[in-house]
Design a protein around this ligand. Structure first.
Ligand SMILES: [Zn+2]
Length: 538
């Protein structure tokens, strides 16, 4: 922990600072998610990464803290998400049942919930996360919620008043705040609790739902070991009570007036007699100006992220944006390159030896939160993401290891001697850039080095003359980047054409495009034989 008292730059430090004033043996920092569809990086922000940052900040202060992640797999299966290769009718009979009792949409998993939790479990370590992952289904079945359910049932009238008060609903007298799991059809959304005699709940399965039909069964159960569950608003408060939660965020929609934060805080305080956790909202993460939705199938999961960028970049994005700021991200504009560049800047600030200014101290802290592994003594080798995208397109068929040598010979990277971890890092970045180009990159960034001068290309005589002059210069001697760059201007002057026309003509011949990577270093990287060959053919 850097000693910057009073002036905590990073939002997670500010929250930890406030939490540190509470007297508790151990802080429990929660995140929660229903595994009904795809987990995306917006979910990861509120439920996994931000809690991890706060937990880390508390630990940095020497305060005991643990992160927990609750998988709400006792929730109903209420919607069949898009983007799955399944027959809808195979799954429709399961609508209304707990997610843990619905078969997996893909072979090899125990349940629907288990399949969608895979993206999280597979990626925790990769993203430097270590929460205790708990299943609501198991917790109910093991009796963890039994006592709280009974408290809520015994105080059903008080619960009802709070509920109506906060939400504006009109629950009638005698309403019971539980959902019995029907012994006949296994659904809970379709049941209605009729009475509670302090031992058993009488219920009937007669509630019509948009997504599920009741079976008509009538019966009674003891509300223990998962025979009944709490409605979401009460379930949230019960979970805080059971685990002693001291902090939980959540999407900002929960924080609206009459929302589940307001009701949850009242239930835990007024019915369970305990102070609720500190809560601050997490704003949405937009991709292409659209809120991500786990049921649309069109999302960026953690697994997706790790295919085009390092996990550190996602952590960097989440810690550098304040929690209450909308992140508007996309993979097709230079926003993505800028993110990678900003991370590199933060890394440079962290390793900077001279005294740091305010911004550099801030970047240093952000960098620390972004790390997945222990920080090395020496600054890791950096390769600008756009340069990585350039080199893999220049030599699409060469092995990535060979590209590192080409980058090194042509001064694209800072160090001449590369250690094993440097090489690994660089090869990884090339791999990520290659994937990004194939899946997400905009056309402006993509190019193909031409084998022959493009057929329909029309160049002016002056343009041809200029390019031929470049070819003969390249044949004469070897150039440094800057030297060659200066030659371009001399040639333009000599021939009498505009610089912009000259560059456009060169890119037209080399790439069949009007623009491209910085011309002088690109030509030298591509190899002067290739450039000479094309320029002489015009
Ligand atoms: Zn039923």
């Amino acid at each position: 922990m850097k000693d910057v008292e009073l002036d905590h730059y990073v939002w997670a430090d500010k929250i930890a600072e406030q939490l540190s004033k509470k007297e508790v043996k151990e802080h429990v920092i929660h995140g929660m998610w229903t595994p009904s569809g795809f987990f995306h990086i917006g979910n990861a922000r509120a439920e996994l990464l931000n809690p991890a940052f706060i937990t880390k900040s508390l630990k940095n202060r020497g305060i005991k803290a643990q992160q927990q992640f609750i998988a709400d797999d006792f929730d109903d299966f209420d919607k069949i998400p898009k983007g799955l290769d399944i027959k809808k009718e195979d799954f429709e009979p399961y609508l209304g049942k707990p997610l843990r009792e619905v078969p997996s949409p893909v072979e090899g998993y125990d349940s629907w919930a288990a399949y969608f939790l895979k993206d999280i479990k597979d990626n925790l370590e990769k993203f430097g996360l270590n929460p205790k992952v708990l299943s609501s289904y198991d917790s109910y079945k093991n009796g963890l919620y039994d006592d709280v359910i009974k408290i809520f049932l015994n105080k059903a009238e008080d619960v009802r008043k709070i509920w109506n008060d906060v939400t504006g609903a009109k629950k009638q007298k005698g309403w019971l705040p539980v959902m019995v799991v029907c012994e006949n059809c296994g659904r809970s959304a379709t049941t209605k609790a009729i009475s509670w005699d302090k031992k058993r709940i009488e219920y009937k399965c007669t509630q019509e739902r948009e997504y599920a039909k009741p079976c008509g069964h009538k019966g009674s159960i003891v509300p223990e070991k998962g025979a009944a569950k709490l409605n979401w608003r009460l379930h949230w408060a019960a979970t805080w009570f059971i685990h002693g939660v001291t902090y939980e965020s959540g999407g900002k929609d929960h924080f609206a007036a009459g929302g589940s934060v307001e009701s949850g805080q009242k239930f835990i305080k007024e019915i369970l007699g305990r102070e609720g956790p500190m809560q601050t909202p997490t704003e949405f993460l937009l991709v292409d100006n659209t809120k991500l939705s786990g049921s649309s199938g069109n999302t960026i999961s953690l697994t997706d992220w790790a295919k085009f960028a390092e996990p550190e970049l996602l952590r960097y994005m989440m810690i550098s944006y304040k929690q209450n700021t909308v992140i508007n991200f996309d993979l097709h504009s230079n926003k993505f390159f800028l993110l990678a560049d900003r991370y590199d800047k933060a890394e440079q600030a962290f390793f900077q030896k001279e005294e740091k200014n305010k911004r550099e101290v801030q970047l240093t802290e952000i960098y620390e939160f972004s790390q997945v592994k222990e920080i090395k003594e020496k600054i890791p080798m950096q390769l600008n993401y756009s340069n990585a995208a350039m080199i893999v397109q220049t030599f699409p068929n060469k092995p990535l290891g060979e590209l590192i040598d080409i980058l090194n010979t042509n001064n694209w990277i800072q160090r001449k001697t590369l250690g094993v971890s440097d090489k690994e890092k660089l090869v990884k970045r090339l791999e990520l850039a290659k994937y990004w180009l194939g899946e997400h990159a905009p056309d402006e960034v993509k190019f193909v080095v031409q084998e022959n001068v493009p057929e329909n290309l029309k160049l002016s005589e002056k343009e041809k003359e200029a390019l031929k002059l470049v070819a003969s210069l390249l044949k004469e001697k070897d150039f440094e980047q800057n030297e060659l760059f200066n030659e371009f201007y001399t040639i333009c002057e000599k021939v009498g054409i505009k610089n912009t026309d000259f560059f456009k003509a060169a890119y037209n011949v080399l790439l069949d495009k009007d623009r491209g990577p910085k011309l002088a270093p690109f030509m030298l990287t591509l190899g002067k034989e290739k450039v000479v060959d094309l320029f002489e053919k015009i």
